[in-house]
Design a protein around this ligand. Structure first.
Ligand code: MLT
Length: 200
């Protein structure tokens, strides 16, 4: 997958996996990585799917309606890529924290839903429930921060709570942070994510 890897100064830190929103690319979230931890490795990936020229991490049939088969395929593809990248760049495969926005948060949530050891944790900015009706792996020891908007037209507050509940049921530690805003990624929620990250 097309990506950027920046080696961090501190090898004991996690690797931050940056996953952009629809129409973004691997450059978009580099400043965000620096705000969370400027000493960690950064692996920033571009989604492999194009929708009218806009990169995404998996196909959708309509706004908010996912192509489930492609979601499953792309989730495995990303998980395999993480294993290859860990070997190539010599970072700890078991110490990856995903940071995703919107479509990127959705594929990060899908990694958690499908693979027990894909991620150590995740910061999900405005995620949706990636799939329903499946049994999640045991996510004991995994930590997830969700930032949601009370007026988010793409991801309703009910869906944010549903995602939290599904992850908690799978034994993950989950913190849900609310912004009185819509789907946008706010400076305040990034600051809250940083505070959460520092407590890990
Ligand atoms: C998705 O398709 O993943 C969500 O609708 C969020 C987005 O628009 O990227």
């Amino acid at each position: 997958m097309k990506h950027i890897f920046n080696k961090g100064q501190n090898p004991t830190k996690p690797t931050l996996l940056m996953l952009h929103g629809t129409g973004g690319n691997e450059l978009d979230l580099l400043p965000l990585a620096g705000r969370i931890d400027d000493e960690a490795n950064v692996l920033s990936v571009r989604g492999n799917v194009l929708e009218n020229g806009m990169p995404r991490f998996f196909r959708r049939l309509a706004e908010g309606v996912f192509d489930e088969e492609d979601l499953i395929f792309r989730t495995k593809e990303l998980n395999d890529f993480l294993t290859e990248a860990a070997e190539k760049y010599e970072f700890d495969r078991n110490n990856i924290i995903a940071i995703g926005y919107s479509n990127g948060a959705n594929i990060a949530a899908s990694l958690l839903f499908h693979f027990q050891n894909a991620l150590k944790g995740a910061i999900l900015h405005h995620p949706m429930v990636p799939r329903r009706g499946i049994e999640l792996p045991d996510l004991s020891g995994k930590s997830v921060f969700i930032a949601a908007g009370t007026n988010d037209p793409i991801c309703s507050p009910e869906e944010s709570v549903e995602l939290q509940n599904l992850l908690v049921k799978a034994n993950a530690n989950v913190e849900l942070h609310w912004e009185n805003r819509g789907h946008q990624l706010t400076i305040n929620e990034v600051e809250k994510a940083r505070e959460w990250y520092l407590k890990l």
